[in-house]
Design a binder for this molecule. Sequence first.
Ligand code: BES
Ligand code: ZN
Ligand code: ZN
Length: 507
Amino acid sequence: MTKRSMLIKVHAKIGDLGREKADGVLIPLFEDHGELCGSFPQLDKATADLLCLLVKRGDFRGERYKTFMVYTHDPVAPRRIILVGLGKRDEFDLDRMREAGGAGFYYAREAGLKKLIVPAKSVEVDGFSIEELLEAFLTGGILRTYQFNELKTNDKPSRAMLNECVVMSGDRVQRESIKQALRRATIVSQAVYLARDLVSLPANKKTPTILAGIARSIAKRQGLKCKIISEKEARTMGMGAFSAVGQGSREPATMIILEYRAGCNYGRPIVLIGKGITFDSGGISLKPPDRMEVMKDDMAGGAAVMAILQATAELQLPLHVIGIIPAAENLPGGKAYKPGDVLVSLSGQTIEVISTDAEGRLILADALTYAQRFRPQAIVDLATLTGACVVALGDYVAGVMGNNESHLTRVKIAGEKSGEKVWPLPLWEEYFEYLRSDVADFKNVGGRAAGTITAGMFLKRFVGSAPWVHIDIAGPAWLEKDRPYMPKGASGFGVRLLMQLLMEWQQ
Ligand code: BES
Ligand code: ZN
Ligand code: ZN
């Protein structure tokens, strides 16, 4: 990766809103926005009471994601006021705030504005702190304005780019806590950008070897430990499932391990595992050509895990976190593994390959077994694992399964708070019947029924006693259409979900 996508710079300032030079002031408003009139006297004056008129006459009603712009005049420094709707007050949650931030920043960028002001006091809602509201608003704004332009030579954005946002506050103490909130928003959004950049890259520019190099450079920058196990080493170590998937490609597989430890005494690690298939052609069980190009996103779990390690280190969370990314390219080369092959996994269990397209669970199996060496207090894996999960849940939420109720509950709550929601599916033992094999301990595919669950049951066979949660992100990892705070394409799903989990982690 030569270049990383740039984030809008956000910072907090004390001072008079009317005096700060900017292209616009961005103000979120509820549908019943009587409070607008009079709450920014400097702005009322500068717009000849237009803001009051707007409210009275109902030209702008504050509906969700709607924007409305008015020009100011001297002596007010910011050139415009941009109102953005939050919808109904009684339907409010933090996702509304992210959506409004997304809509406001998107409007500003499309209008060619470079610098925005957000007044801290414009975001006041009972039951929420100003800091969490601002964090959500700015996160939404930053996430919505992501663009992947690295590989374009002729279509550079011609307009000046929105690149700065100042949060104005009148209060010195408040400014300090706002600064912290902005720091979190920036670091987490930066991690989402990294995950999106990696997923957006085409497979020829992110081979397992290239991914390992990127992991090394992240490790160097953030002071993480980084270990790369080559395909050859993996085979000698006994990772027969992982290495089989890599052997159909001329690009050797790599197992990437990143480790973050705050200080020296943070006990047993939380292990995060991310599926890193840099391209999934299906292998010998070749996929149909329609939309196959999207299968460059099959490393979205791995990309998220790398990004999470970066953000965890930057935020210096008081934790011990290990990321494992089994990376491989699933191709039907001359040495490719085949349906009918029996693989001996690192755990010693044997697997009959039914479909080489069910490769994700194979690489995850050996990664899960490897994870046991670290005696983890908890394991989470993120994987674009099954098309069946997209059929069941669509692309708004991820499927979640696991072996421990309280660990599952934590992930579910983190999902609700972050807006990256997960929905549970059962891992009851009877589902294992679908995986019975005549020649090996079990098969890698259990037929069409309950495809997401049988994949989960397969993984469960490789998890020791540690609390484990498996998140199937096949749906939300890639979006076909723009969302209020997500451009279409790679979403970076999982980064904000697991950052929320880690930031609130209690042993
Ligand atoms: N990477 C795919 C799953 C996938 C499908 C992700 C669609 C995103 C969108 C995975 O490796 C796969 O091919 N799974 C098979 C499993 C089947 C052979 C049991 C599938 O879902 O079809
Ligand atoms: Zn596949
Ligand atoms: Zn796959």
